[in-house]
Design a protein around this ligand. Sequence first.
Ligand code: GLA
Length: 387
Amino acid sequence: MRAICAAAVMCSLALTAGYAHSQTTAALDGAPPAEAPTHALPQLRSVMATHFKVGAAIEPDSIDSAADAALLAAQFSSLTAESKMKAGTIGVAEGQYNFEPADKIIAFAEAHGIAVRGHTLVWHFKNGDWTEAPDWFFDGDPKDPGYHDIVAARLKRYVTDVVTHFRGKVYAWDVVNEVISDDPHQVYRTDSPWYRALGKDYIAIAFRAARAADPDVKLYINEYSTDDPNKRAKLLTVIRDLQAQGVPIDGVGHQMHISINWPPLSHIKQAIDDVAALGLENQVTELDVSLYNDPGECWANPHACLPDIGNPVPNDIMRAQALRYRAVFDVFEQEPSIKAVTFWGYSDKHTWLTTTPATRTNLPLLFDANLEPKSALRAIVDASYQP
Ligand code: GLA
C-alpha cells in the first residue's frame, strides 16, 4: 500500500543506479539451497537474544492453529499486531473502543513470555472503505475557528485511552506511521487527514499524550524507505524539530520492506547510524525480502511489475534470498542501537506481497507455507551453513 511510494522511491533509485532487472526467471536456476536438518536448527529468538528481540507481525487468527502458535512461541520474542492495534479497528467512535482482537494477541504473548510492540496509534491510510484514520476524528467544519482544538482533543483522548489500555503490556509504540512525504518538495505528508486538520502539530500532540499515559513505553516514529538518503534527510529534520520542542521520542522504526537486490547494505547501515547519532534507538519493524526487483512504476501501476516467477521458484532466487537475509542480519548484529527486528509475518502462507504491488508468487519470509524453515532462516541462525 503506502509502501507503494516507498518502493517507488527505492525502485527508481535502483534503476538509476543500474541495479534492477538483472533478474530473469529463465536464466536463473541451479541446485536447491542445501538442506540442513530441522532439529539441528537453534531457535531464532535464542540466537538473537544477545543482540535484540526478534519479532513477527500476526493476526489474532494466526494463533488459532496449534502448529502456528507453537512456532511463534518457539521462535519469536516479540509480536506485532499486523492490523488490530490500528485506529481502524480500535477507534470505533469517540470514546468507544474495540480492544478485543488486540487483547487476544496480548494474552497469547503473556502466556508465552513474548513481548508486544504497539503498531500504530496514528496513520493516515485510507483506501475505499478501509480507513485507518476514521472519519469521526475529523467531524466538523475545518473553517470553524475551534476546529483545530476539537480534532486535537479527539486525538489526545484516543492516544491517551489506547496507551493507557495497553500500559505495561507493550514495550514500544509506533506513535505515528509514515508521516514523511515522498514528494521532493514536501517534508511532511500533506495528503494525510491529520496534516490537513492539524498541520504538523498532530505528531507532537500524539507523542506527548503517549508519554503522559505511559512513562515507560518506548515511543517510535515508524517510516518506510529510511535507506533512501533524501527521504531520511526529511525524517531527520522532523526528528530534530521534535527534539528541539522537547517532544518525547525514543526511536525510529525502519519498516524495511526490501528485496533480494535492493537497497545496498551500506544504505541500510547508514540509516541505522544516522538515527543512533541523534541519540535514538532503532528497530526494524516490518522486514520482508521480496523476490522481485521491480521498477519504481510498479507501485503505482501493477502492469509495470515484473511477471510472476511462478511456483516452484528457481533455486538461485531462493539462494539469493537466503544470502540476502544473512547479509542484512550481519549488519543488524553489529548495531547496538537496534533493539528489535520484526518480520512482517512469519510464514509464506500469509504475506501482503502476494497481492501488493501485484498479485503473484512471492515468498518473502523465513518459514514456508507449511511452516518448514527455509534456507533463509538457516542462513541467519547457522553461520556454518552454505545456502
Ligand atoms: C505499512 C504499514 C503496515 C502494513 C504494511 C503492509 O508498512 O505500516 O502496518 O499495513 O504497510 O501491509
